[in-house]
Design a protein around this ligand. Structure first.
Ligand code: COA
Length: 260
């Protein structure tokens, strides 16, 4: 698989995808969205990869939004299609991956960039990061899930203010609002995120995948997350990881999970 807009590396069970259009502050054009889908899918299908880190190339931006030059002349139908296809191909896709995806937000995360970070399972930010949903300043609204995921993360009032003012908040304010889990100096961002990934990797990949699904179902219309939890809790008892985890505990040794 060859990519023009993203870089993929992997080491010791951690896959890293770096959005690589620094001259455009890593803005998401349609080609990049497709490549991100394909890259994430290939890492998710690779059983050796236990955690995926998503970040942006350079020191300035994670992603400065959807590529404005691509949609500036779109019609109503084209606009709706852009949002629908993007949500399906990337934003819903990443949220529902069974492999944990951590956004390492290394600078501006604006519009589609913040929406992408919010679709990841959680976020770590560098201290220079700035986040916002500036879409209404362009006469449009967030279209990649921002009106839904921002209130889930920071509450309705804060989300309304951020969306209506189109303003940016600092990494520290994002931390206080619960939008990012940690803020670290930029030079330490990837190492810190990898340390978190290593802690996740000690645990059962099967159980983690089922936990992601159960948490996500809390936010799905017409789906009872408690029922999903019961079902997935039960399913864990039929896995090798469960046998290994409980046996290792009783034998007072570290579990060696195989992910099945
Ligand atoms: N879409 C397309 N191109 C973008 C972009 C976007 N969302 N964000 C930045 N770029 C491009 C700029 O057009 C510029 O390209 P050029 O050198 O060919 O002119 C390049 O990236 C660098 O950006 P620039 O604006 O010169 O950097 P800056 O440091 O002065 O400002 C920002 C940084 C993030 C404040 C500014 O780029 C910005 O406001 N970007 C748009 C943010 C936005 O509204 N996103 C939501 C889109 S729905």
């Amino acid at each position: 698989m060859t990519f023009e807009n993203i870089l993929i590396t992997s080491e010791n069970g951690i896959g890293q995808i770096t959005i690589n259009r620094p001259s455009k502050l890593n803005a998401l054009n349609v080609a990049t969205i497709k490549e991100l889908h394909d890259g994430l899918e290939s890492l998710n299908n690779n059983t050796e990869i236990r955690v995926i880190i998503l970040t942006g190339e350079g020191e300035k931006a994670f992603v400065a939004g959807a590529d404005i030059s691509e949609f500036a002349h779109f019609s109503i139908e084209e606009g709706a299609k852009l949002a629908q296809q993007g949500q399906e191909l990337l934003f819903d896709f990443v949220e529902n991956l069974s492999t944990p995806v951590i956004a390492a937000v290394n600078g501006f995360a604006l519009g589609g960039g913040l929406e992408l970070a919010m679709a990841c399972h959680f976020r770590v930010a560098s201290d220079n990061a700035k986040m916002g949903l500036p879409e209404v300043s362009l006469g449009v609204i967030p279209g990649y899930g921002g009106t839904q995921r921002l209130p889930q993360l920071v509450g309705k009032g804060r989300a309304m203010e951020m969306i209506m003012t189109a303003g940016m908040i600092t990494a520290e304010d994002a931390y206080k609002a619960g939008l990012v889990n940690h803020v670290v100096p930029q030079a330490e961002l990837l190492d810190f995120t990898k340390t978190l990934a290593q802690r996740i990797m000690r645990n059962s990949p099967v159980a983690i995948g089922k936990a992601i699904k159960s948490v996500n179902d809390n936010f799905k219309d017409g789906v009872n997350g408690f029922e999903t939890e019961i079902q997935n809790f039960g399913d864990c008892f039929g896995t090798d990881d469960f046998k290994e985890g409980t046996t290792a505990f009783l034998e007072k040794r570290k579990a060696a999970f195989k992910g099945n």
